[in-house]
Design a protein around this ligand. Sequence first.
Ligand SMILES: NC(=O)c1ccc[n+]([C@@H]2O[C@H](COP(=O)([O-])OP(=O)(O)OC[C@H]3O[C@@H](n4cnc5c(N)ncnc54)[C@H](OP(=O)(O)O)[C@@H]3O)[C@@H](O)[C@H]2O)c1
Length: 323
Amino acid sequence: MRAIVLDGFGGLDVLTYRDIPEPEPLAGHVVIEIKAFGINHAEVHMRRGEWAEAAPVSGIECVGIVKSCLGREFPVGAKVAALMGGLGRTINGSYAQLTSAPVGNVALIEADLPWAELAAIPETYATAWTCLFRNLEIQKGQLLLIRGATSSFGQAALKMAVNAGARVIATTRNPERFGKLQALGAERCEIERPDLSKHIADAKQIDAVLDLVGNSVVLDSLAMLRRGGRSCLAGWLGGLDPIPDFNPLLQMASGVYLTFFGSFVFGTPGFPLADVPLGQIAQDAAAGRLDVKPVRIFGFDEVREAHRLMEANAAGGKMVVVH
Ligand SMILES: NC(=O)c1ccc[n+]([C@@H]2O[C@H](COP(=O)([O-])OP(=O)(O)OC[C@H]3O[C@@H](n4cnc5c(N)ncnc54)[C@H](OP(=O)(O)O)[C@@H]3O)[C@@H](O)[C@H]2O)c1
C-alpha cells in the first residue's frame, strides 16, 4: 500500500511516499481502509522530532471503512472513525491507504456526509467536546473564554459551546478575524495577549476558559476566572516551553480550578471513546445543526503542502486529506 513515511525528523521533505506492506489483521485491532484524514499539530511536532514518540507512518486520526476485524467488534464495511490509541505515535498511523487501530479507539460514524467532512470530526470534535462538557462542565448561560479561537480546535469548541447555550468570548491575535469568530457565534472578541486578564472587562466574572494558547498563559487564564471557575489547558499555540520560575504561592489565583486534557488518553481506562458522542456530532452535521466543513481539502499527494500551511498558521481552520 502507499504510505507517507517519516524519513528521519525535520522539514517537509522527511515526509516520503513509499510502498509498504499492508497491516495484518490483529486481535483487538480494526483494519481500516482510509478514505480521509485530518491534519494535526501533533503530526507536525512528530515530524520535527519534538515529541517523545513518532511511528514511521504518521497520522493520529482517520475515517474510513472497516476492512477486517478479527474480534467482530465492528462489521466489515462499517463507516468508522479512528483516533489516537498510539496511531502515528507508537503504531503506524493514518498517512496511508490502510491502518490498524485498537478497537477501543474506533467509533461508528454512520452519518451521510462527504468523507472530507467526516474527516474533520474525530480528533478535533472529540477533544473539544471532552474539554467543554467533561473537564469544564459547561452549562447553558455560562460565560466561556476561548483562547486561540481561530484554530480549528477553537472553532469546533466555539460552535459546540454556542449550540449548548454558552456565551463565548473568543480571542485571536488578529482583529481582522473578529468577524469570522462572531459569525460562528462568539458574543465578543478580544485580542489575544499574554496579560489579557489585566485588560478584559469581564475579569473575575468568567466561568470557564478553554486555553489553547497554553503554557505561556496558564496563570493569566486562572487570573480571569470567578471564584470556582475552571480553566482547561488543552493547546500549545503559544509554544511548548514550560512555565518559567513557576511559584504557585506568588503567582496563582485563589479559589479557581486548573484542569488538563490530552486526547492521547482516549481509549485508555477511564477515557473510553464511547464517552464521546461522535456519531451524534456527525448526525448534527448531516442535519445542518453543526458546520464541520474543513477549510481546505488536499489530495494524498499534497500532505507536505498541508504541513507547510499549518506551520505558517495559514490554514484558517481544519485541513483534511482525501484519498
Ligand atoms: N489537548 C489535545 O488533546 C489537543 C488535541 C488537538 C489539538 N491540540 C492543540 O490545540 C492547539 C490548536 O490546534 P489546531 O490544530 O486547532 O490549530 P490550528 O488550526 O493550526 O491553529 C492555528 C491558529 O493558532 C493561532 N496561533 C498561532 N500561534 C499563536 C500564538 N503564538 N499565540 C496565540 N495564538 C496562536 C493563530 O490564530 P490567530 O492568528 O488568529 O491568533 C492560528 O490561526 C494546538 O496547540 C494543538 O497542538 C490539543
